[in-house]
Design a protein around this ligand. Structure first.
Ligand code: ADP
Ligand code: MN
Ligand code: MN
Ligand code: MN
Length: 348
């Protein structure tokens, strides 16, 4: 038997953006534990805005398990928060609202800033560094400084060692700004892994005395880019059947549900989705082939393959909850009929 350090990780009840929380319990197992072997656990919901003091117990239900790349015999246990009965999802539990769909694939592009002393890493104490231009995918001390890449590489290695389906990294347009991408098959997989990757990044940067700023427009109304979390998505139907009529019906549903999408695409998004800096205005839905100034970018490959494949919703921001984003995207998709009965008149 081996004693494992189980880090139970969950999202608290803060709004509009939940915080990651985690605590450790030690348990003995013959081998690395499976999800089924991991017990329910509890926490004091009155300290996380999830319960009142007089009835404070909330339940943690393990939903995904990964090896902890840092701790000896460590286990990362992603959890949903449940009511004391252990079966009813807590009102803060947005993962439970995602439609189950093994054929849904999501790829999220998480942008973020490193922050130190209240400003982006690499910014001088007064004023600004050289304007944007050479930082994006840049190399060299003047572009990326002396520590950011070390952290980014360490984070990448940790994600890969944990088995997170990390797909890549790049330095972003603003100084101190970076991106990583995570892709997952299944409606909840990529969202689980974004939250775990955020957890690993926040935990890693503790030792560097550096914070992660997830806000979508930390430098306000300036010529410095904001941060997004583009949501690339596809369903089995989109990949295998698709078609122009279905695509147009889908875009119609996205347009109709604009408010519902913006409501869960991260706070303060009107500061970022201004129509400048490769964004579309937040209150006007648009789509376009290879258009990085549209709400939804339609890849060339999508059109070339007969309107089949994946689409990129560019509106979700860096602070968005991938559970709520995936949930809303699938809800809107589910409103659009598939098959013959759903296609808009082909003769039209
Ligand atoms: P860009 O910066 O040009 O928008 P990235 O390479 O950063 O592109 O991100 C593209 C994302 O699209 C990746 O996360 C990738 O996993 C995802 N993706 C690719 N194919 C699919 C698909 N069929 N369904 C959903 N997501 C996809
Ligand atoms: Mn990208
Ligand atoms: Mn980017
Ligand atoms: Mn993108």
């Amino acid at each position: 038997m081996t004693k494992y350090k189980l880090e139970y990780i969950w999202l608290d009840g803060y709004t509009p953006v939940p915080n990651l929380r985690g605590k450790t319990q030690i348990k003995e197992f013959d081998a690395f534990p499976t999800l089924e072997q991991l017990p329910l656990w509890g926490f004091d919901g009155s300290s996380t805005k999830q319960a009142e003091g007089h009835s404070s117990d909330c339940v943690l239900k393990p939903v995904a398990v990964y090896p902890d790349p840092v701790r000896t015999n460590g286990v990362l246990v992603m959890c949903e928060v449940m009511m004391p009965d252990g079966v009813t999802p807590h009102s803060s539990n947005m993962r439970a609202t995602i439609l189950d769909d093994d054929g849904a694939w999501f790829g999220f592009e998480q942008e973020y800033f490193f922050y130190k002393d209240g400003r982006p890493l690499g910014f001088p104490a007064q004023g600004y560094p050289a304007p944007q231009g050479e930082y994006y995918t840049g190399v060299g001390y003047k572009n990326v400084g002396d520590v950011a890449r070390t952290i980014v590489e360490e984070h990448l290695d940790q994600c890969l060692a944990a088995g997170i389906n990390h797909e890549g990294i790049n330095a972003e347009v603003a100084k101190g700004q970076w991106e990583f991408q995570i892709f997952g098959k299944g409606s909840k997989k990529a969202a689980d892994e974004i939250w775990l990757a955020r957890y690993l990044l926040l935990r890693l940067t503790e030792k560097y005395g550096i914070d992660i700023e997830f806000h979508c427009k930390p430098l306000g109304d300036t010529d410095w880019n904001g941060s997004g979390m583009h949501c690339n998505f596809s369903t089995k139907y989109m990949r295998e059947v698709g078609g122009k009529d279905y695509f147009e019906a889908l875009m119609g549903a996205f347009e109709k549900n604009l408010e519902d999408h913006i409501a869960v695409y991260g706070p303060d998004n009107h500061l970022r989705l201004t129509g400048k800096h490769e964004t579309a205005p937040w209150n006007k839905f648009s789509y376009g082939v290879a258009d990085r100034g549209a709400s939804i970018r339609v890849p060339h490959s999508f059109v070339n393959n007969g309107y089949k494949g994946y689409l990129e919703d560019r509106r979700p921001n860096s602070q968005g909850d991938p559970y709520q984003i995936a949930s809303q995207v699938l809800k809107t998709i589910s409103e659009v009929p598939t098959g013959a009965e759903g296609s808009v008149s082909a003769a039209a």
